[in-house]
Design a protein around this ligand. Structure first.
Ligand code: ADP
Length: 396
């Protein structure tokens, strides 16, 4: 059985076609600059040459058609016909407080995705367009929505309510939702398996450290707290996002520089984080290189990044009254042994001990703590596409 996984952004569409019989990727690719000049499809079929097509894509519907054409093409395709695709799994950013699990799309589901446009203005409209484009191109095939917020719906009120007047929660559903849920769910489940923990009596902290970054406290297999909030802006210092900040800073800069609230949020989302602090780059490799070459701002940006992660780990250990395992995933978490060492060197108060040789491994599943470490520490590569495909298969 073959499942197509789609992740639509405001001007992009990432896809993977996965053969669920052996969970292998048959093809993956990306449509970029949808609706803008210079649209491009990059299609990577397994075992065949990459295919690049530069052609106008006015909307996601055109992009979906081009993807389907590429998948069935006689030269660079991987299936004989679209009929071989059993269903489509869609990454949907925001399911609000309605969905705590993935669901087969129908008119009600589309209504909720639409109602959540305000909460995910860049992603939810694109996610819905992607779903409707698939409905148009492959009538009768099931589409499944897999929400980035769903895993965090088990958070208790004390974790998700902000310290603001309750009426804003009642009137506008202003609360913490959390994101990267598919990854936190996938990685925490795998950690429990890999480390032989008793799911019903387990305390796991997942550190999803990519360009966007978030931590979650997973108590007995369920999300208890997470670092992102109403939007992905809250929490850690990220590649380009500020993370936690005194809201008065926004008012202060806006007044001094004559900026409105939208401009300020753009700065906090896209020009802050290690990019803004270092003035070098949002890519941790570039910032680390600059720091090594003596760039003070770059050095401090990385130190602040590490400190914020440690702050959240400490907070979650306290909230759960302990921790059995700490797991690293995503771009930085999977690949950057130096960063992992910087975290673990400050976790000796928990009895964390890591094996420096194992910690040197990159991008693979490995337990990096020593056998006598009081807390297990592991690297588990995340695979959001596979998680979406598994959810889709389970629902059809
Ligand atoms: P996202 O999905 O949020 O865009 P990723 O999980 O792909 O992010 O992570 C991207 C980040 O991972 C980049 O900022 C990059 O700096 C970092 N990264 C990737 N490989 C390495 C590496 N070998 N060493 C350090 N950082 C890395």
């Amino acid at each position: 059985m073959k499942i197509l996984v789609l992740n639509c952004g405001s001007s992009s569409l990432k896809y993977q076609l996965i053969d669920m019989d052996n969970e292998s990727v048959l093809a993956k690719g990306l449509c970029e600059r949808i609706g803008i000049d210079g649209s491009k499809l990059t299609h990577k079929p397994a075992g065949k040459d990459e295919f690049v097509l530069e052609t106008p894509m006015n909307n996601h519907e055109v992009a979906v058609k081009l993807v389907l054409d590429a998948l069935v093409d006689s030269a660079h395709g991987v299936i004989g016909s679209v009929d071989e695709i059993s269903a489509v799994g869609h990454r949907v950013l925001h399911g609000g407080a309605t969905y705590s699990e993935s669901i087969v799309v129908d008119a009600d589901v589309k209504k909720v995705i639409r109602e959540c446009f305000e909460l995910g203005p860049l992603h939810n409209p694109a996610n819905l367009i992607g779903i409707e484009a698939c409905e148009a191109a492959m009538p009768g095939k099931k589409n499944v929505a897999v929400f980035d917020t769903a895993f965090h719906q088990t958070m208790p009120e004390k974790s998700y309510l902000y310290g603001i007047p309750y009426e804003y929660y009642e009137k506008y559903h202003i609360r913490r939702y959390g994101f990267h849920g598919t990854s936190h769910s996938f990685v925490s489940k795998r950690a429990i398996e890999l480390l032989g923990l008793d799911k019903n009596n387990s305390k796991v902290i997942v550190c999803h450290l990519g360009n966007g970054a978030s931590l979650s406290a997973v108590l007995n297999g369920k999300c208890f707290d997470t670092s992102m909030g109403l939007t992905p802006l809250e929490g850690l210092i990220m590649g380009t996002r500020s993370g936690d900040i005194d809201p008065a800073v926004i008012q202060f800069i806006a007044n001094k520089e004559g900026k409105d609230i939208n401009e300020m949020l753009n700065i906090l989302n896209k020009k802050s984080g290690v990019l803004g602090m270092s003035g070098v780059s949002s890519d941790f490799r570039d910032v680390a290189k600059a720091a090594k070459e003596g760039n003070h701002q770059a050095k401090v940006a990385l130190e602040a990044y590490v400190q914020r992660v440690l702050r959240y780990i400490g907070a979650y250990v306290a909230e759960m009254n302990g921790v059995d395992a700490i797991v690293f995933t995503a771009g930085v978490g999977e690949n950057d042994g130096g960063m992992r060492k910087a975290f673990c060197d400050n976790l000796t108060y928990l009895g964390v001990k890591i094996d420096d040789e194992k910690n040197k491994l990159r991008g693979e599943e490995v337990v990096i703590s020593t056998p006598d470490s009081k807390v297990k520490v592991a690297v588990i590569p995340t695979n959001e596409e596979l998680a979406i495909a598994r959810e889709t298969l389970a629902l059809i």
